[in-house]
Ligand binder design. Sequence first.
Ligand SMILES: C[S@@+](CC[C@H](N)C(=O)[O-])C[C@H]1O[C@@H](n2cnc3c(N)ncnc32)[C@H](O)[C@@H]1O
Length: 204
Amino acid sequence: MSKAPENWFEDIYADSDISGKGVPWATREPAPLLVQWLDAAHPTGHGEAAMVVGCGLGDDALEMARRGFTVTAFDVAESAIELARERFGELAVDWHVGELFDTPTSWSRAFDVVVEHRTVQSLPPQWQDRGQAAIADFVAPGGQLMLVADLRPAGAPKDGPPWRLRPEELDALAAAGLQLEHERQVPVAHEPTRTRLLRVYRRR
Ligand SMILES: C[S@@+](CC[C@H](N)C(=O)[O-])C[C@H]1O[C@@H](n2cnc3c(N)ncnc32)[C@H](O)[C@@H]1O
């Protein structure tokens, strides 16, 4: 296996601009499930360290910063980070171009809240367990991971991208030492036949 999956994201962001045109997942708003979870669990931060994985155009990272977290965010696509910087500047968020499978050792177990919104499913299936382990490693003792993934119906083929997930395909997070605290399955807005999974884990 190579050291990282193919980065097919860069071309998509390179053809876009701050409007997010042509980026299928870009809404230019923080993810609604993240906002709902923060409203309930962390309406305000007090400088805690937060990490946003696969941050794309940066809306989730900015939302965390706006609430008072100290935010680090990264994406493998250089053009995504350029657009995030152009949209939100340098001050609120520590932006990085970075590959999930090659992150700084200083990020290991360093974050109180880790946000992963639909990045695991963007990894080819053979990378998804390793991706979960890499994401789990960011979570500090006592810290939380909030994960959102699109669910694949039982029996449906695992074709992609995105390679949507079955709940049992997230077992690598528990194997990496995280405990499931909370789970919700919600229909996707305007696409009621599709379901999204929200999970919150904690490292004890
Ligand atoms: C489906 S998009 C989701 C973006 C954003 N989290 C959202 O929900 O709008 C997946 C994101 O993960 C990034 N990504 C994919 N594989 C990655 C990897 N191996 N390392 C870092 N980022 C990655 C992509 O560039 C892309 O921005």
